[in-house]
Design a protein around this ligand. Structure first.
Ligand SMILES: [Zn+2]
Length: 107
């Protein structure tokens, strides 16, 4: 077995995992919004498979339990941080002044 064969095998494994993640989920694990799986790969809303625990921190890119469906833009925001961090960052961005309930005086 050459190194090349192992790489090809891992590529196939990753593709199979991507298929499985895409088939099992319709919403982004970070922002909770629906993911349009027909968007091209370079679209900010395109589906991407993200590792909950980043590979750079010891997470496995081939383990289904470590992978989740996310938007391309959410994945880019998350980078190698935690999913919770990204969720909070998105929440912070989505805060609208009008969504905060406040009491108005009648006079
Ligand atoms: Zn998202």
């Amino acid at each position: 077995m050459s190194r090349e064969n192992i790489r090809n095998k891992n590529g196939a494994r990753r593709r199979a995992l991507r298929k499985r993640v895409l088939a099992s989920s319709d919403t982004c694990a970070i922002c909770g919004q629906p993911v349009n799986k027909s968007l091209p790969a370079n679209d900010p809303g395109a589906p991407e498979v993200d590792e909950d625990l980043p590979v750079s921190r010891g997470g496995s890119p081939y383990e289904y339990g470590n992978c989740q469906l996310v938007h391309r833009r959410c994945n880019q925001l998350k980078s190698n941080r935690s999913t919770n961090w990204a969720r909070n960052a998105i929440k912070g961005k989505n805060v609208k002044p009008t969504s905060i309930p406040f009491k108005t005086s009648e006079w």
